[in-house]
Design a protein. Structure first.
Length: 94
């Protein structure tokens, strides 16, 4: 697995904000449920205050699917997540 790109979200606190996080951001990570996060998270109580791992599959990327990474990130934010890590599951590992 490799990271092809990374960028700060346009909403929420800045991860590199030295005033808010002088020692950097540390948080536990939880697998979002449903894994694609295309609907509100059913495990919001577990995601609250943590990083959420969201699995992106070929099915989610299919043409005509209205679910976008913005939608997924908003569901994590609504569940109280501190951040989101998108995992492109090309090999169906999760």
């Amino acid at each position: 697995m490799y990271v092809t790109s990374m960028r700060q979200a346009d909403f929420g606190p800045r991860l590199y904000d030295e005033l808010m996080y002088p020692a950097g951001l540390e948080a536990s990570m939880v697998l979002a449920q449903p894994q694609g996060a295309c609907s509100p998270l059913t495990n919001a109580h577990e995601v609250d205050g943590k990083l959420a791992l969201v699995t992106i599959s070929e099915e989610l990327l299919a043409a005509g699917n209205p679910c976008t990474v913005v939608t997924m990130a908003m569901h994590v934010m609504e569940a109280g997540g501190r951040g989101v890590l998108f995992f492109y599951d090309e090999y169906k590992l999760v």
